[in-house]
Design a protein. Structure first.
Length: 59
C-alpha cells in the first residue's frame, strides 16, 4: 500500500465525517476543507517519518 492509495481512502473518510459535522452545524464548508487539508498534510509527514525510519540504509 502506498501513501497515494491511503490518502484517497482518508480523503473519502474525512469528507464523510466533515459532511456530518457540517450538517450538525459544528463546522462550515471552508473550515472543513481547511481541517481535511491539515489532517492529510500531517498524515503525509507522519508517513514520511515512518517510511524513512524503517528504510534500510544502502551502504
Amino acid at each position: 500500500m502506498t501513501w497515494d492509495s491511503i490518502q484517497q481512502v482518508l480523503r473519502i473518510l474525512f469528507n464523510a465525517a466533515g459532511g456530518v459535522l457540517i450538517g450538525k452545524g459544528y463546522l462550515t464548508e471552508e473550515t472543513s476543507t481547511t481541517l481535511i487539508g491539515a489532517l492529510l498534510s500531517l498524515g503525509s509527514v507522519a508517513w514520511w517519518f515512518v517510511w524513512e525510519r524503517n528504510r534500510t540504509s544502502v551502504a
